[in-house]
Write a protein that binds this ligand. Structure first.
Ligand code: NAD
Length: 332
């Protein structure tokens, strides 16, 4: 059976729930035979590798290591969920400090051991910030780094399908933009519900209050999984992240919003979910179209992210913005 590429894919955080699911998904989707698993926690990592060997996938070369240098050397594609996960009662932002430091280290390791990497997907939270830190320290082009933000849009798809009692396939182009956090901007104007614009249904077939409640359910979608399962979600993040890296390998383009470095005059020096497409050429973004009210929400989400970014600068993990170009010439 053919693979999408033969190039090396490294999964960072592979002993964890998302990482181990990503490894299995990538193998099942036949992305590449060459998969390397990395995690600092050796015993669990070995356990993940053993399980994958016992799957008896054909024609594959699965390696594992607790040495980051070995893991990243020669990697053309990297996905990382390697960081702490949110526990009950924590917001994504509570994770900020520890995971920001992990992102700094991760970026520096990319620059040292795989400067020719083609694409990196960052998952660990708060992903907009850890992705930004990875980009800055990794020295990569903005088109080469994306973060997992699409779950907010796929949760919107699922909630709308449930509300209107139709197949999720009949919900088209549903979008959330901005931060992947509690301040995300959930849009209505992009979405078609069974061919009809959602904006025209709100206030008529869908009372305004119901739309407000549904938006809250989307925003709290991750928390809801923690409430139900007693741990943070891992199946959907694993699958969607692997779809993102598959797109970067030249597979099906990925068109749900991804977190991307944005510097367009309106939003600057930030990484957040925009209207994006991931292809073999990397990620490209377009400006977001929406109503004035939706734009106001996006602006608020951006401002919230700027505060988080500035907190990380205050912690000394990132230098001041005017110094970013010294670490990454692509950001000048
Ligand atoms: N962006 C999203 O949509 C999204 C969705 C769900 C979860 N997440 C985030 O993904 C991350 C991973 O979640 P999980 O459920 O797999 O957690 P997990 O605890 O099961 O796994 C995390 C793994 O990371 C490893 N790790 C710790 N420090 C590391 C380091 N410095 N370098 C590399 N690996 C390291 C741990 O040993 C562990 O195996 C969390 O930060 C979580 O909040 C993001």
């Amino acid at each position: 059976m053919e693979f999408l590429t033969n190039e090396k894919l490294t999964i960072v955080g592979a002993a964890g729930m998302i990482g181990s699911n990503m490894a299995q998904t990538a193998l099942m989707m036949r992305l590449t035979p060459n998969i390397c698993l990395y995690d600092p926690f050796g015993p669990a990592l070995e356990g993940v590798a053993e399980e994958l060997y016992h799957c008896a996938f054909e024609g594959v070369n699965i390696t594992w290591t607790t040495d980051i240098r070995e893991a990243l050397t020669g990697a053309a594609y990297v996905v990382s969920s390697g960081g702490a996960a949110r526990k009950a009662g924590m917001t994504r932002e509570d994770l900020l400090k520890g995971n920001a430091q992990i992102a700094e280290e991760f970026g520096k390791n990319i620059k040292a051991y795989c400067p020719d990497v083609k694409h990196v997907v960052v998952i660990f939270n708060p992903a907009d910030i850890t992705g930004l830190i990875t980009l800055i320290y990794g020295g990569l082009k903005p088109s080469q780094v994306t973060t997992l933000a699409a779950l907010d849009s796929t949760r919107l798809r699922s909630e709308l399908a449930r509300y209107f009692k139709i197949s999720p396939d009949e919900i088209r182009n549903c979008r959330t933009y901005g931060g992947h956090g509690e301040q995300m901007a959930v849009f209505a104007s992009t979405t078609l519900v069974a061919g009809r614009p959602l904006s025209e249904l709100i206030g008529k077939e869908m009372p305004e209050n119901d739309w407000a409640d549904l938006q809250q359910r989307v925003i709290q979608g991750g928390k809801h999984i923690i409430d139900l399962r007693g741990r943070s979600s891992f199946q959907s993040p694993a699958y969607i992240s692997i779809c993102m890296i598959a797109a970067a390998m030249g597979g099906k383009p990925f068109t749900y919003p991804a977190g991307v470095y944005v510097h367009n005059g309106e939003f600057n020096h930030i990484l957040m979910a925009m209207e994006t497409e991931i292809t073999k050429e990397g990620v490209r973004y377009k400006d977001v179209k929406g109503t004035p009210e939706e734009h106001r929400k996006l602006q608020e989400s951006y401002e919230h992210l700027c505060k988080l970014r500035d907190e990380v600068i205050g912690m000394g993990v990132l230098p001041a913005i005017d110094k970013w170009g010294e670490l990454n010439p692509h950001l000048k």
